[in-house]
Design a protein around this ligand. Structure first.
Ligand code: SF4
Length: 114
C-alpha cells in the first residue's frame, strides 16, 4: 500500500497475507483483527498476491530514484517474512525484489525461529 497510515513508514508491501500466532506477543495482533484478511489467522492459511502487487516495489524504487528520495517500506505488515508456511516460492521471490535489495530502509519483523 502506498501512503501508509503507519507513522514510521511511507508504504507497506506484503508478499503474501497471513501468519500464525507464535507467542503471547501475538495475542493482540492487529493484522489478525483485520476485517478483510483476519480469517487467514483463524484458518492458518496464506493468501498469494497478484503479480500487480509484486510490481509495486519496482515502481516505488523507480520513483525514489527519479526523485532522489528514500521512502521507508514496511515489508510484511500483514505477514511474517520468515513464516515457514509462506506460499511456495514467495520468500525466494521476495529476496529478489527491490523491496529487499534496493528500496531504501526495508523493514521486516519476524518472531519465527530460523
Ligand atoms: S507474528 Fe505479527 S503478524 Fe504474525 S500473528 Fe504475531 S503479531 Fe500477528
Amino acid at each position: 500500500m502506498e501512503d501508509s497510515k503507519i507513522e514510521w513508514c511511507d508504504n507497506t508491501f506484503n508478499p503474501w497475507i497471513g501468519c500464525k500466532n507464535v507467542s503471547p506477543g501475538c495475542d493482540n495482533c492487529y493484522a489478525a483483527c483485520n476485517p478483510y484478511h483476519g480469517h487467514h489467522w483463524k484458518d492458518n492459511t496464506r493468501k498469494d498476491m497478484a503479480d500487480s502487487n509484486w510490481d509495486k516495489p519496482r515502481k516505488w524504487n523507480k520513483k525514489a530514484q527519479n526523485s532522489n528520495t528514500a521512502p521507508k517500506v514496511f515489508c510484511g505488515s500483514m505477514c511474517d517474512v520468515f513464516d515457514k508456511k509462506a506460499p511456495a516460492g514467495q520468500r525466494e521471490r521476495l529476496w529478489d525484489s527491490p523491496c529487499v535489495r534496493i528500496v531504501v530502509a526495508p523493514s521486516s519483523l519476524s518472531k519465527e525461529t530460523i
